[in-house]
Ligand binder design. Structure first.
Ligand SMILES: *Cc1c(COP(=O)(O)O)cnc(C)c1O
Length: 469
């Protein structure tokens, strides 16, 4: 499989190189040159497979030529073996034909484990083969950091540095990062906000001199391997609910457009999906595009669903590329005008094309709490605020009651006690067994000023399992 850039000016890469790449050299994102397509018979024959075996069948075409089948199978079995629920991504019924797919049974209790547990193992495999080491520098407002650290903690050839805004992530989220001990794990609390952290990561990718030749790898969802891993659970859910003979709809709590883009790919690979709902919080750039063809940056608001607090959705570029007939020059032009003026619209027929599949809703904090309380009252299920936004959007935007609606349950409610408390649900939240002593564990974290040179100096001093690069 070969991968090409959405802006058309970077060299095509194979899977191994795309795994180790951040942005393409032309500023674009990598996508498969040709998407595999499965027949209905083929998909139907996968019914009842254990999750890791389904994952092998869905992802195999993407890694062909880079990872032999037997090795890939083994990696997948290990990856999903660490999940604490046998079904890996169980479905819970809320209502007649309405379901939540629980994607929070991985080590850090959010869906990001599906991709980052795999990414860590893939990196280790590829780097061992090449005899190389890499450094990861990532920014987090919460969930990505812990999932990335959990995913990479056993990697022999990876040193991981995660930047979070000092005193601005929840205690559970911070402890999920800082209590994981390893000489290749480095937590840095920046005296600044999340944007400051993200800017430092971007600047480090742009100028890698401080790494003394060591390669820098991306762990955010611009990394193709993360999107790839998320395609699988759309197939898994549909197969449980009568697919592919029957269509299924999905409602997806959305921030960077990574998770829902995986659903769009599943459909293009042959899975009958009749509707994808973009569910956002008050940071609603994607809802404004889907409802009114306006992709315009606005100020950032802090909400009860912090993992979706974004101003710009990086993976949206991957959808735009398809909507523009995979014309890289057109995407480079759009992204340029976005940078200059802060916004754009697409031609009406392209927008109409997107609307054949996508609907959207923006849900504010009050509605989020209402939905948590409503669902708890209706069936005793306690939702986290991100998932609640997905349920609200599913109920408002649903096209057909005959088609099963699956809401992606992106996090465990225990990660977001503030929202649950504000919803007035009188249920005690308990950490699952593997995290029950989280508040007693020792923390390891370095506080640094909001200064790029200080961060880069720290990385080059500690980037080789705690020793200088
Ligand atoms: C990251 C995250 C999201 C948003 O996912 P995207 O792929 O960025 O759209 C939603 N909910 C939770 C809990 C998350 O951690």
């Amino acid at each position: 499989m070969r991968y090409i850039s959405t802006r058309g000016q970077a060299p095509a890469l194979n899977f191994e190189d795309v795994l180790l790449a951040g942005l393409a050299t032309d500023g674009g994102l990598y996508v498969p040159e040709n998407l595999p397509r499965f027949t209905q018979e083929e998909i139907a024959s996968w019914a009842g497979l254990p999750y890791h075996e389904l994952a092998f069948r869905v992802m195999r075409p993407f890694v062909t030529g880079s990872i032999p089948d037997a090795d890939f199978k083994k990696i997948l079995e290990e990856t999903y073996g660490v999940f604490s629920h046998n079904a890996i991504a169980p479905l819970r019924q809320l209502n007649g034909n309405e379901w939540v797919m629980e994607l929070f049974h991985g080590p850090t209790l959010a869906f990001k484990d599906f991709a980052l547990q795999l990414l860590g193992r893939l990196l280790d495999y590829v780097l061992q083969k090449r005899g190389e080491r890499v450094v990861i520098v990532g920014a987090t407002s919460g969930d990505t950091g812990s999932a990335a650290i959990e995913g990479c903690k056993h990697c022999e050839n990876v040193d991981i540095f995660i930047l979070h805004p000092h005193n601005r992530v929840s205690e559970v989220q911070r402890r999920q990062m800082t209590t994981i001990v390893g000489d290749n794990i480095h937590n840095i609390a920046i005296e600044g906000n999340f944007d400051d952290c993200q800017e430092m990561v971007k600047a480090s990718f742009a100028d890698q001199g401080f790494l003394k030749g060591t390669r820098l790898v991306a762990v955010n969802s611009i990394n193709w391997a993360r999107i790839m891993a998320q395609i699988v659970y759309y197939f898994h859910a549909a197969l449980q609910l009568g697919g592919p003979a029957r269509s299924v709809a999905f409602s997806v709590p959305t921030g960077n457009f990574g998770d829902i883009f995986a659903g769009y790919l599943a459909r293009n690979m042959g899975l009958p999906i009749n509707q994808l709902i973009v569910a956002t919080n008050r940071n609603d750039i994607l809802h404004r595009f889907m409802s009114g063809n306006q992709y315009v940056k606005e100020t950032l608001h802090a909400t009860l669903s912090p993992s979706m607090d974004i101003m710009v959705s990086s993976n949206f570029e991957r959808l735009l590329f398809d909507l523009h007939g995979r014309n890289g020059a057109a995407i480079a032009g759009l992204m340029d005008s976005f940078k200059q003026g802060g916004g754009f619209s697409v031609e009406p027929e392209r927008w109409t094309e997107a609307r054949k599949l996508f609907d959207s809703l923006a849900v504010d904090d009050a509605q989020t709490c209402e939905t948590i309380a409503e669902v708890y009252g209706q069936c005793g299920e306690l939702l986290d605020p991100h998932t609640a936004i997905g349920v609200k959007a599913a109920r408002e935007c649903r096209r057909s009651l005959d088609i099963p609606m699956v809401v992606l349950g992106t996090a465990h409610p225990v990660k977001f006690p503030d929202a649950v408390e504000q919803a007035g649900v009188g249920k005690a939240l308990e950490l699952p067994a593997h995290l029950s002593d989280l508040f007693e564990r020792d923390e390891r974290c370095t506080v640094l000023p909001n200064d790029l040179a200080a961060v880069q100096a720290f990385v080059s001093q500690h980037g080789n399992r705690g020793k200088p690069l």
